[in-house]
Design a protein around this ligand. Structure first.
Ligand code: FAD
Length: 312
């Protein structure tokens, strides 16, 4: 088996999602190569080469790859996949944009968002918003797979000695023009990798009240999440949404405040190790999911928590 992992990078280097994808590749087994597409990739290529177990790091380095545009990256991946049994990427917005294109160009059926590896052809993936797990087996010559990164512990070791090889970055497709990237989400930790997440729902009541959720989250060093109802009501931008149509999180602690516990929300946070809920309705479904529940008015409860934390 030979596996090509499409790396994703940010200002800090390889993303945690890429490191989780490498862990998934290890579980499949075989030789692992990494492809980095970007501009000025020297440092991140060296970082990837330092991950134990990687044989080769391919680098497609060109100004038009400075912003990852699926239409430009997919042909680079396609040009490299001959001979690989598997192509893997994180099931992030990048991976979900690029790999289906690669699969279409190769004429194979992709497998999306696997959460476990049974054997090199057999994988588990959630269906029906995580309410059922499907075991899928594929006999495609190249398995094109996106990986649910919260299901695999990121590979953090160093000390590898992969070779680094420059490859042709191909032309700019000209199909898409990059205009601007606007980062929202404030200063807190990244929602998808945070150890603690404090999420607010419709019960929070207003954008103004949501500031208390944010303040408590900041005191705990937590990321701020939200239900779709809170996002739709305009309390908080939609990149904070947790759930089936939002982000999938698996923190050590998830604190749900004023969230009823709809299955679409549960789909995004059910892998949290400990779930705590504050809700004024003792019958709210969230209490069926929570390890700890507090039946209380959330503004009062959060106010007291905020006050207690401010003493530390
Ligand atoms: P509600 O269900 O209205 O719950 C509010 C809760 O706050 C209630 O339990 C209430 O008791 C409590 N409350 C009210 N006031 C107070 C107070 N003062 N103190 C304490 N508690 C209080 N939802 C998501 O979250 N994420 C998704 O990704 C998502 N994707 C979806 C995809 C599809 C296709 C569909 C159909 C729906 C999706 N939804 C998603 C929506 C989902 O079905 C629910 O509507 C939504 O999760 C409800 O959000 P909520 O719990 O904040 O609101």
């Amino acid at each position: 088996m030979t596996i090509l992992v499409l790396a994703e990078t940010d200002q800090n280097g390889l993303t945690s999602g890429t490191r989780s994808t490498l862990a998934c590749a290890r579980e499949i087994g075989g030789e692992i190569d990494v492809l980095i597409c970007g501009s000025d990739c020297e440092a991140v290529a060296a970082e990837a080469a330092d991950v134990p177990g990687i044989r080769r790091v391919y680098v497609a380095d060109a100004p038009h790859l400075a912003t990852v545009i699926a239409e430009n990256v997919a042909p680079v991946v396609e040009g490299l996949v001959g001979g690989y049994s598997h192509v893997l990427a994180a099931a992030s917005s990048q991976g979900k944009g690029i790999l289906p294109r690669v699969a279409a160009r190769l004429g194979v059926q992709p497998i999306s968002e696997i959460s476990a590896v049974i054997d090199p052809q057999t994988f588990i993936r959630p269906i029906y918003a995580g309410n059922a797990m499907a075991t899928v087996r594929s006999s495609e010559p190249t398995q094109v797979i996106t990986v649910r990164t919260t299901s695999f512990e990121p590979v953090m070791e160093t000390g590898g000695s992969a070779t680094v090889e420059a490859i042709n970055a191909g032309p700019d497709s000209g199909l898409v023009r990059f205009i601007a990237a606007k980062l929202t989400g404030g200063e807190g930790p990244d929602l998808t990798t945070a150890k603690v997440v404090v999420s607010g729902g419709r019960g929070v009541g207003s954008a103004e009240n949501f500031q208390l959720v944010e303040r408590v989250a900041a005191r705990l060093g937590a990321a701020v999440g939200a239900s779709r109802a809170a996002v739709d009501a305009g309390y908080i931008p939609n990149d904070h949404q947790v759930g089936q149509s939002g982000k999938i999180v698996a923190p050590d602690v998830y604190i749900a405040v004023g969230i009823s516990g709809a299955i679409q929300h549960w789909a995004g946070m059910k892998d949290a190790k400990v779930i705590a809920a504050i809700n004024n309705d003792p019958e709210a479904p969230i209490f069926q999911m929570a390890d700890y529940g507090l039946v209380a008015d959330l503004m009062e409860a959060l106010g007291e928590i905020d006050e207690a934390l401010s003493q530390n």
